[in-house]
Design a protein around this ligand. Sequence first.
Ligand code: ZN
Length: 205
Amino acid sequence: MAYTGGQLNELNGKMGISDPFMSVPVMKIIKVHKPKSKDALVQLIEYHKLNECKCGIVSTGTVKEFGARLYESQIEYWNEYKYSLKDCIQWEYDLFVIQSLKGGNIEKKAIKLLKSKLKRNKVEEAQGYLDESLRIDIIIYDLEQNVVGGIQVKPKTFKSMRPEVLYMQKKQNLKWGYPVWFLFYNRDESFEDLDELLETIKLCN
Ligand SMILES: [Zn+2]
C-alpha cells in the first residue's frame, strides 16, 4: 500500500467517509455474521448494501464505493487529487476490512493483557446491549462483582474522527453512568498509554 503519511487518514476522518452511520457499522457485521476471511467481510458489506438482511444492519456502499467517496472528497478538501482512486480504495479496504478484522482479535488481546495486569479486578468482554448501544468493549469489575468502568478499544486513527462522532460516542457513554476509558492501539497492534490506564483503573477500586 502506498505510504500516505497520514493524509488519507485525515481526509477520511474530516470528511466522515467511514463514520458508521454514513458508511457501514462494520464491527456489528463482524459480531453478527462472524466472517472467516477478508473476502467474506468484503462480500458481507456488499450484501448489506444490496439486500435487507434480517440482522437489520444497512451498508450505504461497498468497500470500493467508500474508496471512490474518499477519492472524490479530495477535491472538496484539497482542491486537487493527491491520491489515485486505487490508493483510496486500498486505503478504505485497509480500514474497513484489515483493521476491522484485527479489531476483534485486538479486543481479545486487550482482555488477556488486562486480566494479567489487574489482579484485583475481573475483566470481561461486554456482551449485547452494552456493547451495541454504548460501544463498550470491555467491562471492569471489582472482586465483589461491582462495575468499576468500561473500556473501548479503538485504533489510534479513531482520534482523528469528526468531533460529532466523538461527541455521540461520549453522550452514549454517559448514559451508562460509569467511567469509560479508551484503549488505543497502534498499527503494529501495540497499545498506547496502557500503564496510565492501569493506574487509573487501580485508583477506581
Ligand atoms: Zn446481516
